[in-house]
Design a protein around this ligand. Structure first.
Ligand SMILES: [Zn+2]
Length: 274
C-alpha cells in the first residue's frame, strides 16, 4: 500500500463515509472467513472449471507496477457529486461490503462489444469505450481478447451455488463471489487476455497488460484491483480486470495518485463480506 492513497483517503473522506456506513447496515449476516486471495468471479487456480471466469493466481513480484499513479493533470470529478450507490451509475462502487442494490440489478442497455475479439456484452457506454481502448491498444501491437464481461445475477448465483454444493460455502466464498457483489453484474467490467495469459499474473507483463495499465484511464477504465490492495478492495491484483468508470473519474483518480475507488471516495475498506 502506498502512502498517497492513505493521505488522499483522509482528505476526501467526509460525507460519503456516512453514506457508506448507512449502506452497510442493510447487509445480512453470514460471516465469511477472511481470504486475501478471493476473486470476485473466480476459481482457485487448480480447481477452475469452465464455468469460472477469473482464476485466482498468486500475486507475483512482477505485479508491482500498474503505471497508474503518476502523470499529468486531468479533469476532475467532484467526490461529493459522484453517484457511487445507484447500480446504473457508471461510478457505482461495488465490493464485498457494498452489494448492488437491488442485488438482482440488471442493466438495460447491454450491447455486444464491437471490433474486440471475444463477443462480450457490456453497457453501451462502456462497450464503446472498450472498442476505442482496444483500437488504440491494437495500434500499438497491444491488442487483446475479452474473456468475459457482463454476467447476470442468475449466472453468478448458479456459479456460486455450484461451488458451494461441491465444496461447501466456506470454501466457495474463497474463490467465487456471491451474486449481487460482482462488478461484472454492472455491465461495466471486463476481463481481458492476451498472449496466452488468461486470468493469470503474467498478463501484466504482456504488451496488452502494459498498455492498459498505462492507458486504460484515457478511455475511462481502471485496473480495478491494483497491486497490494487486497486489504482495501478485497481482491488480489488482477491486471486483467478492467472497470469502466468514465473518463472524468479515471482521470481524476490518476491525477490524485489514488488507485482504488474505495480510497478515492473515502469508503471503508472491503477485505471481506460482513
Ligand atoms: Zn473480472
Amino acid at each position: 500500500m502506498t502512502a498517497a492513497p492513505r493521505a488522499t483517503r483522509r482528505r476526501l473522506a467526509p460525507v460519503l463515509l456516512v453514506a457508506a456506513g448507512c449502506f452497510a447496515l442493510g447487509l445480512g449476516a453470514g460471516a465469511v472467513s477472511t481470504v486475501a486471495l478471493a476473486g470476485s468471479e473466480a476459481a482457485v487456480a487448480g480447481t477452475a472449471s469452465p464455468a469460472a471466469t477469473d482464476a485466482v493466481p498468486r500475486v507475483t513480484a512482477s505485479a508491482a507496477d500498474d503505471g497508474g499513479s503518476t502523470g499529468d493533470a486531468a479533469p476532475a470529478i467532484e467526490v461529493s457529486t459522484a453517484d457511487i450507490d445507484s447500480p446504473g451509475s457508471v461510478t457505482v462502487v461495488v465490493n464485498k461490503v457494498r452489494p448492488l442494490e437491488p442485488e438482482q440489478f440488471a442493466p438495460e442497455d447491454l450491447v455486444t462489444v464491437t471490433d474486440v475479439p471475444g463477443g462480450a456484452t457490456m453497457r453501451e457506454e462502456a462497450a464503446a469505450a472498450m472498442t476505442a481502448l482496444h483500437s488504440a491498444a491494437a495500434a500499438e501491437d497491444a491488442g487483446f481478447t475479452i474473456s468475459t464481461a457482463y454476467r447476470s445475477h442468475s449466472a453468478q448465483a448458479h456459479l456460486y451455488a455450484t461451488y458451494a454444493a461441491e465444496q461447501g460455502t466456506a470454501a466457495a466464498d474463497r474463490f467465487s463471489a456471491r451474486a449481487g457483489y460482482s462488478e461484472h453484474q454492472t455491465g461495466l467490467a471486463a476481463d481481458i487476455r492476451a498472449d496466452g495469459c488468461d486470468l493469470e499474473p503474467c498478463f501484466a507483463d504482456t504488451a496488452a497488460g502494459r498498455y492498459v495499465a498505462a492507458h486504460a484511464w484515457e478511455h475511462g477504465f481502471l485496473v480495478r484491483y491494483p497491486p497490494d490492495s487486497e486489504d482495501v478492495t478485497g481482491y488480489i491484483y488482477e491486471p486483467w480486470h478492467l472497470r469502466y468508470v468514465g473518463i472524468e473519474l479515471a482521470a481524476a483518480m490518476r491525477d490524485a495518485g489514488v488507485d482504488t475507488m474505495e480510497e478515492y471516495f473515502g469508503l471503508d475498506p472491503a477485505p471481506d463480506y460482513r
